[in-house]
Design a binder for this molecule. Sequence first.
Ligand SMILES: C[S@@+](CC[C@H](N)C(=O)[O-])C[C@H]1O[C@@H](n2cnc3c(N)ncnc32)[C@H](O)[C@@H]1O
Length: 353
Amino acid sequence: MVDKATGSGGWRGWRAATRAALYGVDGTGGFYRRPEGPAGHFRTSVHASPLFAGAVARLLCRVDEALGRPSSLDFVDMAAGRGELVTAVLAALPADVAARTRAYAVEIADRPVGLARRIEWLSEPPRRLTGLLFANEWLDNVPVEVAEVDSAGVPRLVLVRDSGVERLGERVSGAEAEWLARWWPTADEEGLRAEIGLPRDTAWASAVSCVEAGLAVAVDYAHSADARPPFGTLTGFREGRETAPVPDGSCDITSHVALDACAEAGAIAARSAARAPADARLLTQRAALRALGVTGGRPPLSLASTDPSAYVRALAGAGEAAELLAPGGLGDFGWLFQPVGIPHPLDQPPQTG
Ligand SMILES: C[S@@+](CC[C@H](N)C(=O)[O-])C[C@H]1O[C@@H](n2cnc3c(N)ncnc32)[C@H](O)[C@@H]1O
């Protein structure tokens, strides 16, 4: 029987299946349009602690300084969920910077009720922005094809039905085969898998090309060419639990990001925007947040007797920082920094006063 939607008995590649499951068809349906939003199903760094938004606000201040404190400074929360990060960043900025900041949330889902009016809600990032574009856990949700090596050692596209049942399809060819050969070459061992990150490179390059001057940052679960996971990382999340990836709209579908490949695509975009060499840099979240002042140290015990409530607050902050910095957890996320026409902001000492 031939399926009316796909014309192929319901079999399609993971990219098309994920796109429909997460973002719906013809502007309706899809996991990410559901009213509860991402926070109803998993915890990102944004939900884990306001310390994360505080660090992003400090990064925006460094970009502001590198740009010479322009009269209008852009902050773009790319793939904004329900606008939690942009809201918290605005609250954490010093008043003089906040007054000059134009805040944007870029999302496929609808604008949430009650979001501050000063935040513009867009479906695409603004062109020619001056400031910081920050994408937390966006690229892992950009749908990709999955390849699997068959019994003859040939990588083939994996096809899937809405139920999650898979079979192998055509051999990987064209630009997708080139991407695999360059970024994720698979040995000829049957069953090895790889996620073909080409659409993420393209999406990231397009986001970076919107930055006329400033910085683009992508933060995600990541791997690089020296340590790709041999069976890929495709997985699902539903109501706080990891689950099998089933592309029926009932769960998130995500896979870790080849951020090194995105860095190269982004550097080409940054170079053509700034007409200057681009200094892409990849750090762990642990290193990036520490450089932005999130330390996770416990408060001195003496504070408990001099100011007990300050001690309790500081202790809670230390716990939240530990979660953001944790090895084996959020601390291992990758931060891809892509400056456009400015020096790398973490190389600049923070200004005081
Ligand atoms: C995992 S959530 C992250 C939300 C938020 N950044 C956070 O860290 O809590 C991914 C979000 O990306 C959004 N998204 C995916 N592709 C997008 C695109 N091309 N443009 C705008 N938003 C997108 C989804 O709708 C979803 O809300």
